[in-house]
Design a protein around this ligand. Structure first.
Ligand code: ATP
Ligand code: MG
Length: 253
């Protein structure tokens, strides 16, 4: 699904240059649950931004399903981000004035779905993260773990096949963090979503099936892990129908 060959990323900041990634190569197959682990400043977010098509490499090739993404137009990249990739961030990125359901509906607003169907899909996505009883709560009426679950529901509502999470447990206490890790595992097993998460925490990484260790912009170890524990079943509606062409500038996820 994902193939990185000699991926490098340098940032030019005036007089100096930062080599954030230096020739990283790996493959991630469809259906994997993978952690990218490394110390602060090692290039994890830089790599996630490349995987998520939010940035482009300065050297090397990134192929998604066998196609080099440098061949894609900006519109095609925006469409792929919208339809195929879900993003989850450390600080949740929820809109404070919107209810949980409204926040989850946001990615669907760009797909031209009728209002009732948007709401139904948002409620189903919230139920899949066990927040069926919180759909009309605003973010400030939810715990940290619940907020992150709303963000995960939002990332899933388009039924992407790739979920990218950058330090998703970084703002949570250890118990909520555990729940989020288990939830990713369940979504991975039961919906078949490929999950890639970034963490500097070994305990978080051990919930996945494989750890890519990054140090100073280089991949230093590719560590397979054992099988995860079983969980309960997740039910979500199928992906929405093909949307009309995107407006210029892409969409918010
Ligand atoms: N936009 C940018 N401009 C210049 N330098 C940058 C930029 N983004 C990141 N860097 C630098 O690139 C290196 C890697 O940064 P990155 O954010 O990928 O690290 P990280 O592993 O995600 O760290 P953390 O665990 O602290 O989030 C760092 O040295 C950082 O200062
Ligand atoms: Mg980071």
């Amino acid at each position: 699904m994902i193939e990185a060959v000699g991926l490098s990323k340098s940032y030019d900041t005036g007089p100096s240059r930062v080599d954030a990634l230096c020739g990283v190569s790996f493959r991630i197959e469809r259906g994997e649950y993978v952690a990218i682990m490394g110390p602060s400043g090692s290039g994890k977010s830089t790599l996630m931004n490349l995987i998520g098509l939010l940035d482009s490499p300065t050297a090397g090739t990134y192929r998604l399903d066998g196609q080099s993404v440098e061949d894609f137009s900006d519109d095609r990249l925006a469409e792929l981000r919208c339809r195929r990739i879900g993003f989850v961030f450390q600080s949740f990125h929820l809109l404070p004035r919107f209810s949980a359901a409204k926040n989850v509906e946001l990615p669907l607003a760009y797909m031209g779905l009728p209002r009732g169907e948007r709401r139904a899909r948002a409620v189903a996505a919230l139920a899949s993260v066990e927040l069926g009883a919180r759909v009309d709560h605003r973010p400030n009426e939810l715990s940290g773990g619940e907020r992150q679950r709303v963000a995960i529901a939002r990332s899933l509502v388009n039924r992407p096949d790739l979920l990218l999470a950058d330090e998703p447990t970084g703002n949570l206490d250890s118990r909520s963090g555990e729940e989020i890790c288990r939830l990713f595992g369940r979504l991975n097993r039961e919906l078949g979503v490929t999950v890639v998460l970034v963490t500097h925490d070994r305990g978080v990484a051990e919930h996945t099936r494989r750890i890519l260790h990054i140090r100073d912009g280089a991949l230093v170890r590719d560590e397979p892990l054992g099988a995860p524990p079983e969980g309960t079943v997740v039910v979500l509606p199928p992906p929405p129908p093909a949307p009309p062409p995107l407006p210029a500038g892409g969409c918010v996820t």
